[in-house]
Design a protein around this ligand. Sequence first.
Ligand code: RB5
Length: 155
Amino acid sequence: MRIALGSDHGGFELKEAIKGKLSEKGMDFKDFGTLNSDSVDYPDFAEKVAEAVASGEFDQGILCCGTGIGISIAANKIPGIRAALCGDCFSARMAREHNNANILCMGGRVIGIGLALEIVETWLEAGFQGGRHQRRVDKIAALEGKYHPRCNCEP
Ligand code: RB5
């Protein structure tokens, strides 16, 4: 599994901790920045990671900003992206199992690093259940087709 990582300055410290965790687990990842705690704009990093996932180059993405809100809103503008803001392990598991979410978003100023790393573990272990959930995820894709008819919305 290839993972694309990104953050703004508000999520920088958390992203670095996640990198440590992924390295420990021997996982394949790429850091799309930001690379320090200087102030930057979260949509820029949401776009890089979301494009990398939507193109199929990466299987999953993880994005962090101060609250996780702005970066998740921005990532969800990219067709094929289902970014889920999670602050607990149950939501993280459901986001994968039911929503087939492909980007995990978290707020570095909201949750502690210990909890965030547990959420990452949960996210990586969970898988999409398909079945009735596939129908619903297909309906999300249909919304993209309806409201963004010129895009190629194949996730
Ligand atoms: C940056 O100050 C902050 O607004 C950003 O990290 C994020 O919380 C936005 O949703």
